[in-house]
Design a protein around this ligand. Sequence first.
Ligand code: TMP
Length: 387
Amino acid sequence: MPRSNRFISPDEIASEHWFRLATGLCPACKMVQVLEAPPGDEIFTADYSYLTSGTTAMRGHLKGVAQSLKLELRGRPDPFVVELGCNDGAMLHTIAEAGIRHLGVEPTQVHADYAASRGVSTLTEFFNAELATRIRDTSGPADIIFAANTICEIQDIRQVFDGAAILLGPEGMLIFEDPYLGDLVEKNAFDQICDEHVFYFSVHSVSELAQRCGLEVIDVEHLPVGGGELRYRLARRGCYQTKPSVQYHLAREARAGLSQLETFVAFAERVHSIARQLTDVLSECRARGQRVVGYGATMKSATVTNFCHITTELVEFVCDTTPAKQGLLTPGAHLPVRPPEAFADPYPDVALMFAWNHEAEIRAKEQAFTNSGGRWLRYVPEVALER
Ligand code: TMP
């Protein structure tokens, strides 16, 4: 597989980096993780293109997070919020506007700069135990450490949890949200698996990890964003009472077999079958002379296109709203990325829904495509071409 978020120009094809994308289940702590991810400092480089504020759904979601954190902090004297991977400040700028003491830790310079331009205090570094100590020594302990779609991407995860244990105040909380293994397996969402998502968390595996760092999971909440995520709340062991949600999810995970290898062997068989069906449907469309265009040059699409060998013979191009991706080629499969206007110029016969986690928003916005007789093709949770 190529790097899932590294969109390239034609002259970079020869030097594109490839690696083996494979996941494993730890027999001890039951963590599911990528086995050979490229190092973080090779991924989160100065030109890293993912923008948290890039979609309405994520912007709205993070604004909601900021509002609820503000409520949670009400009444605390001079609270301090730290966000790991604050990206373009989509969450923290609301915290900053409220005059709450905060710090965004963001290794990608361009995002940290943009967040800073919105009034967010940032540090352009990777979070680890050493940085946690420095932050605590200069700014004091954190009331809340928040992270969205960040912790699952940090290879040295022990550093993050140890760092949180150092930085949190006695009653502080680490609140983070990441794609949920339970959703991934249930929805056959194999395209969530990519180089950047090093860990595929379950309540079981996060609890094991927390325990090793003096923390515990005290609450979990299922979120509909990003194809299905869990929000975990962790605190120092014994500081808060554990909510029933933790036991509820642990019992569900046990029923779903999320700690058993057989579950993932069966998952892999389903994924191979989906890949075969998807390429068959695409080939049939092309044999009928139909045009197929991809919708959303997501990280997920890099996994699907490369795993299923989808090239421009099957999918003409991918449209995407992110200016930094437009004019480039998708990783590995080298499908051209075009602006959204190209989608309607003229409409294709079939649109392959790569950004399936934004399906409702996209379908509502692209009603004219459907009205013109266009059909959506999806592959999560199964392959389906609209009649
Ligand atoms: P995400 O799955 O990580 O949120 O990324 C969504 C990608 O899809 C991002 O590159 C923007 C793109 N996109 C569109 O091009 N059009 C849309 O209407 C939406 C919602 C997303």
